[in-house]
Design a protein around this ligand. Structure first.
Ligand SMILES: CC(C)(COP(=O)(O)OP(=O)(O)OC[C@H]1O[C@@H](n2cnc3c(N)ncnc32)[C@H](O)[C@@H]1OP(=O)(O)O)[C@@H](O)C(=O)NCCC(=O)NCCS
Length: 304
């Protein structure tokens, strides 16, 4: 409350807060956030050696469009001495929470054009200036601009390398993955190492890792090119991140890659166990045709 009142000039707050206001706000708004599955804001204390020196969070969260605004305020004394340092640190921690923890697609700041030091920190933390809203707010007798900066969580595929051997073993042996594999036996580490080395050296195998914009690995997809230019797709998402649209995203990106790799691929094929509802939904959503085989479904799509 004290920090907010001291820095009222840059906040969207039109009166000095009292203790009663603050208690009421915590009681009626903040308390409830802890009970909700999809709160419209998630707030954090920002600590240095266990002491709170700032607070903020993701606010106006839109769970459908997967975006959120960033809010942050630090102890007033630090504004002068270490503003850029703390903003940059905070933005980097919050990007991890937003992109890795919550799989949001975009985070942004909406700021009155009053604190040029903020733009230095935003730039260093990988935010782009996306828009200026001219004369957007009335402030001390005149209209001022509002600047909008944003950072996108762009998902991409990169080629798998030897360094991914351990991670891909962890993913492959996860019971959530094994449950929907055609071979449900446990995988031995030694066996995986040999298999993985062969795969990444095989000129007919294209093996990719899905990453977010912070380069966190999220899943993998393999296209094994067989006779008649058919590309057999196998993909998985790290089970920590299920249900956030990443399965759909990885298959979409794999289709783009399949059109781009050195060997021409005419048709993509995915074999799916009949009880693998999530994967069935994904292939259907991406307009694959389907053939009902005895134990599985064969999904296919012509690329040419
Ligand atoms: C299949 C897999 C990649 C899905 O990943 P995901 O990131 O959870 O997928 P998405 O979040 O994009 O969800 C896809 C759809 O399935 C639905 N879904 C996800 N989990 C589900 C479940 N357990 N039961 C029913 N539907 C489910 C989602 O709601 C979504 O449907 P919608 O688009 O209509 O909302 C993941 O479960 C996985 O890695 N499984 C093990 C490996 C595997 O089965 N690979 C495919 C073999 S071909």
């Amino acid at each position: 409350m004290r920090w907010r009142n001291e820095q009222i000039y840059h906040l969207r707050q039109n009166k000095v807060l009292t203790e009663k206001d603050q208690e009421q706000y915590f009681d009626t708004v903040v308390r409830q956030l802890f009970e909700q599955d999809f709160p419209n804001q998630i707030l954090f204390s920002y600590l240095e050696n266990g002491i709170c020196i700032g607070y903020g969070g993701l606010v106006h969260i839109n769970w459908i469009d997967k975006n959120a605004e960033i809010s942050f305020i630090i102890k007033t004394e630090l504004e002068e001495t270490s503003f850029e340092f703390h903003w940059e640190k905070y933005l980097s921690i919050l990007s991890q929470i937003a992109f890795r923890g919550l799989s949001l697609h975009k985070i942004y700041t909406y700021a009155f054009d009053l604190r040029p030091r903020l733009y230095v920190a935003l730039k260093r933390a990988g935010f782009d200036h996306e828009a200026t809203l001219k004369d957007h707010c009335f402030f001390e007798g005149k209209y001022i601009d509002v600047l909008y900066h944003a950072k996108l969580n762009t998902l991409s595929l990169r080629a798998a390398t030897l360094l991914d051997c351990n991670l891909t073993y962890v993913w492959a042996s996860d019971p959530c993955t094994r449950k929907y594999s055609f071979n449900q036996n446990q995988i031995e580490k030694k066996e995986h190492i040999e298999w993985f080395n062969n795969k990444i050296q095989d000129p007919n195998c294209f093996y990719f890792i899905l990453e977010d914009s912070m380069r966190n690995p999220l899943g993998s997809v393999r296209i094994d090119v067989k006779e008649n230019n058919q590309g057999i797709i196998s993909y998985l998402i790290d089970s920590k991140y299920y249900g956030r649209g990443l399965g759909t995203a990885i298959l979409r990106l794999a289709e783009e890659k399949a059109k781009d790799i050195k060997i021409p691929i005419d048709r993509l094929i995915g074999y799916v166990l009949k009880e693998n509802i999530a994967s069935i939904k994904i292939f259907n959503k991406l307009d694959y045709s389907v053939i009902n085989e005895s134990e599985n479904l064969k999904f296919y799509k012509e690329l040419q």
